[in-house]
Design a protein around this ligand. Structure first.
Ligand code: FEO
Length: 400
């Protein structure tokens, strides 16, 4: 049975939720689920913005049928070709054979990579930067947004209703629980962490490209944002745009200390806890610790984007960095992490190597400074190392 949501009189959400998905993109758990958003404009011509993941296809087609109410579907706008939005293009074309596909040339090429069927040239409405599509009352303009988050990404701006169809930008993990607008839910408390985890892990690497998109968005008069995942924004747009501004320039949101650690037998954890306690004594608020062997890197990557100071505490293992810490560090490098202050605690019972290897990785991050003296434990924290940890806490605070 259909489950659609009215956004305006002639704009409707026809997407669907998945709360059973084990791993989004085969990597990220989604404890709040995920929505695959799709929108229809009902004008002289009808326009669908993207399809959905194959897992929710049934609901999607029921929704379209209901909203179209026997009308034809004239246009499909493809904002990018990732299968969580494009899996149903083939079935959509079968069902609505007269549909025209609105996309750019890169998307046209990628369509052929994903699907076996051939689409005639006359079925395409190919657009480039600034091109328009008039559908009656509505006038859509297309803007390219390469690498936000695939190379062929484009967004569409509806001049009539001042609505931006933003593709993956301004999206969030988390299913749509009934309400459709971000201002109808406690977004800051319930969804902001998941929005940050979505942004940082999915497009965090491409800050520069996100900046280019933000400049385009700021030049438009946008009153509503319809992303491909999560809630629709129609109020306090600047709150979310400001977050994007920070995340895409790698500017920390808070001055505080994040301590991801790994610990084989608890001794490295003990040192990390002592440091955290000393920081607290010095008045640092919102200190956060993660056991990087227990928590998926996507949560820690997300908080590294949030925090100004990061302390990596880990053990030497196989003559290198303990495996889960190494995975985290490589993930941060892959996400173009920069602009942070970093301190290091290392441990080892013999041939201690981890600290220097972390320095080597972190020294390649842009605008990143290693602060304080590295604290080295030989198996466990003794009085001398406790004093070093106390000194490190003071040095960290001096840089805040
Ligand atoms: Fe939600 Fe880039 O796909």
């Amino acid at each position: 049975m259909y489950n659609t949501k009215r956004i305006t009189d002639d704009l409707h959400w026809v997407g669907a939720n998945d709360r059973r998905l084990m791993l989004f993109e085969g990597v990220y758990d989604v404890p709040l689920g995920v929505s695959y958003n799709s929108y229809i404009i009902l004008d002289d011509k009808t326009v669908l913005f993207d399809t959905v993941d194959k897992a929710v296809a049934h609901q999607f087609f029921e929704n379209i049928e209901h909203i179209l109410n026997s009308r034809n579907l004239d246009y499909l706008v493809i904002t990018h070709m990732e299968p969580d939005h494009c899996a149903e293009i083939g079935n959509l074309i079968k069902k609505y054979p007269n549909i025209k596909i609105v996309c750019n040339t890169k998307t046209q090429t990628m369509l052929e990579q994903f699907f076996d069927f051939k689409i005639g040239e006359d079925k395409f409405f190919i657009v480039k930067e600034g091109d328009h599509l008039e559908t009656g009352k509505h006038k859509l303009t297309f803007y390219m947004a390469p690498m936000v988050h695939w190379p062929e990404v484009m967004v569409a701006y509806d001049e009539t209703d001042k609505t931006l169809f933003s593709a993956d930008a301004f999206g969030s993990f988390g299913a749509i629980d009934g309400n459709i607008f971000a201002d109808e839910v406690d977004f800051n408390h319930r969804y902001m962490n998941e929005a940050r985890r979505y942004y940082t892990n999915i497009v965090g690497k491409y800050g520069q490209q996100v900046q280019m998109l933000l400049k385009k968005v700021q030049a438009l008069d946008v009153e509503m944002i319809c992303p491909l995942h999560g809630y629709v924004w129609r109020k306090d747009l600047n709150t979310f745009i400001d977050k994007y501004q920070k995340w895409s320039t790698y500017e920390p949101e808070i001055k505080s200390v994040l301590i991801p650690y790994t610990s084989v037998y608890g001794n490295t954890q003990n040192a990390a806890e002592i440091l955290a306690g000393e920081l607290a004594k010095l008045g640092v608020k919102n200190i956060k610790m993660y056991d990087a062997s227990v928590t998926h890197p996507s949560y820690i990557v997300s908080d590294v984007f949030k925090y100004s100071h990061i302390v990596f505490a880990t053990t030497t293992y196989n003559m290198g960095i303990f495996v889960n810490m190494e995975i985290l560090l490589n993930d941060l490098t892959a996400h173009n992490m920069q602009n942070r202050k970093v301190a290091i605690i290392e441990n080892g019972s013999w041939a201690i190597m981890a600290g220097n290897q972390i320095s080597e990785i972190v020294s390649k991050w842009k605008n990143t400074e290693i602060i304080g003296n590295k604290v080295t434990l030989k198996s466990s924290t003794k009085k001398t190392q406790r004093e070093e940890l106390e000194a490190l806490a003071k040095e960290i605070v001096m840089t805040m």
